[in-house]
Design a protein around this ligand. Sequence first.
Ligand SMILES: [Zn+2]
Length: 270
Amino acid sequence: MKCIFCSKNSSNSKSVEHIIPESLGNKKHILRKGIVCDECNQYFAKKIEKRVLEMPYFRDVRHRNFIESKKRRIPVSKGIIGGAVDLKKRKDFGTEVIVNSPDIFQKILNGEVKHMIIPVNDQPIEDNKLISRFIAKIAIESAAQTFSSKKGWNNFIINTPEFKELRYYARFGDKLDMWNYSQRRIYNETDRFLNPKVSDGPYEVLHEQNLVFLRDRELYFVLVLFGIEYVISITNPKIDGYKSWLIENNNKCPIIEKNERDTIKGERYF
Ligand SMILES: [Zn+2]
């Protein structure tokens, strides 16, 4: 087998690849060992995923929704009481406020500060190249997962010219110009859904994704994480085609069918 990113022989690779990081709650979208070689797996883990997961939005969305890392830790968030304090989730769903600074502690004791501010990170910063490469990686791996049951899929991913540029950008695109993507909130992260075909009761959606052909038969990858939709074109570093498609289609999400499910509106953070 050859690695879908670097095309090197990956038959001896030992790691499985999580298409979406485990630390974002993904337990089922996994590529078997060798589809991504150990070297590329390590590269993505350290240079892309770790950095994305450390961004304030991703730290806070995991904190707010009790999403544990693979080491079963929920990230610590930040609050402000006359200076930065740590907010730690407890197993009983409470929050502990941890004051590490003796100065802040003294100010609280003296009654000099009475309010705590919790900054809300509603969305990741937009037009960010790390996020763009993160989505590109997930897009290529989702394509591999889609085709991996078909004969000759490995050569298909590696040899199809349409995948070539995005594969290279995800893995080696450090110095390349950004591959543009679209980002917008389509539902609140606390919303729950009803669809008897999926579950007997209300269920939550942490992530959903698919490849779709839209305008002019251009292939797009759509990823929805915690209610935020990210879209990237597989073949075109510009995203104008998708923006036009949205206008023509009343801003619907291309991978969620109308009336597919009912929404139970959750608590709004924003
Ligand atoms: Zn590789």
